[in-house]
Write a protein that binds this ligand. Sequence first.
Ligand code: FRU
Length: 517
Amino acid sequence: LPREQPYRTAYHFQPPNNWMNGITAHPFLGPMFYKGVYHLFYQYNPYAAVWGNISWAHSISYDLVDWIHLEPAINPSEPFDINGCWSGSTTFLHGGNPAILYTGADLKYRQFQNLVVPKNVSDPLLKEWVKSPLNPLLTPIDGIDPNNFRDPTTAWRGPDEVWRVIIGSMINGQGMALLYRSKDFVRWTRSKNPLHSSTKTGMWECPDFYPVSINSKNGVDSSARRKFTKHVLKASFNSSDHYILGDYTPKRDRYLVDTDFMDNGLDLRYDYGKFYASKTFYDGAKKRRILWGWVTESDSESDDIRKGWSGLQAIPRSIQLSSTGRQLVLWPIEELEKLRTQHVSFNDKELKGGSVFEVSGISAAQADVEVSFDLPNLDEAESIDPNSVDPQQLCSQKEASVRSTLGPFAGYESNSFYRSSLREGLDKTTYGAFVYLDHRDDKISLRSLIDHSIIESFGGDGRACITARVYPKVANDREAHLYMFNNGTRSVRISSLNAWSMKRAQIYSLRRRRKSP
Ligand code: FRU
């Protein structure tokens, strides 16, 4: 990395420059004639490192690791999207051709849903897209707040062959997913009832709704007619991506939830750190559902302007229902492992109370680290009631250095400069989450993906994830170190540790730089 760009990542998705926010459409794997190309579209400002002039940038990949940036696929041009082509989703129509529904903002930031289709479906790169002459397809009428009407999901088809789509909204202070139906994907009728709503949240941005299998590890297509599924409803609010699980019947579009948003004691989130406006897509080639999420910067807007860029995508994660059926489990896609290089590993090592040791032999600023600890006898552990304790608050009050009998252990830092965050003016929020363990568990594990200015951590095999941004003052590879520590008074045992240096992903740009409009 050039010295003056120490915070750019080596294997995370980020545009060559400027502002990026949420995945606007789910990336999708084309049917055969698209030659197995993954397409990623995201919210992008072609002119600056701040939000504005939002276009749909377009990048393609054969493995979700290496990327080629193409020209933006959709740009503001019409009265109904002149202030921005905002989030939306792709859907494969009957014949297998993709279509995009997206939100356009007009001069007053009123929001409309619009359709675009590929100009030439035989182009495997789907470089050019055309706006439907019938746009806008959906307008904010009948009590819909024009400023809170956005982010259509991937549409799904019921047994009646009718398409359904949901759109994020807020009416009378309640967050909700408005439901629309259509036979031809062009004329849409609003359903009397939303698919779901909540009195405990504000506006739902970027909703997502999809089935997960109860009895298989495979993902499920949104329109599949399959028994033994649960449906996930995700909504973005309060700077986090929250989800609930329930049973969906297409007949009357009933969604009966197991637990609801912001229920006491059970706050299910994809990630308890920085992770927002995410989207999933079904990857038919590998029969899995994949999640993309946007990670903001924690430095200031003037830092972003100086750096010339803002925003990352987290490493895509595969999504499954946990074996208990009560939560989702997220794990970095297997393709990432092709970047693993130098490897260190050991088993069965005691970490005495109050001790620290360095794991050397890999480049700690660009690493993938997996560690598991034997679960100690928990009789001596402090007991916490998850219904009345907020784990993030708890972790903020009791930092890693506050000692108890058992731990804190298992945590580690990748750079002594990271933690102390010598730089001023950063958002230094401490994150925390509970990991639900099973009585059968005899180990507790943590995997972390470290990439210069981002750390993504997966606790308990993906049952709790936390993504954070870090801006070490001294960040070059040789000055980053990886440590294991145990700040408790009792010893704990590392049952295994595997750590790898990570290679850089190959990123090419076929995009031309643009001057201000
Ligand atoms: C999410 C979001 C969406 C909106 C888009 C605008 O971050 O606010 O609700 O469509 O970004 O860029």
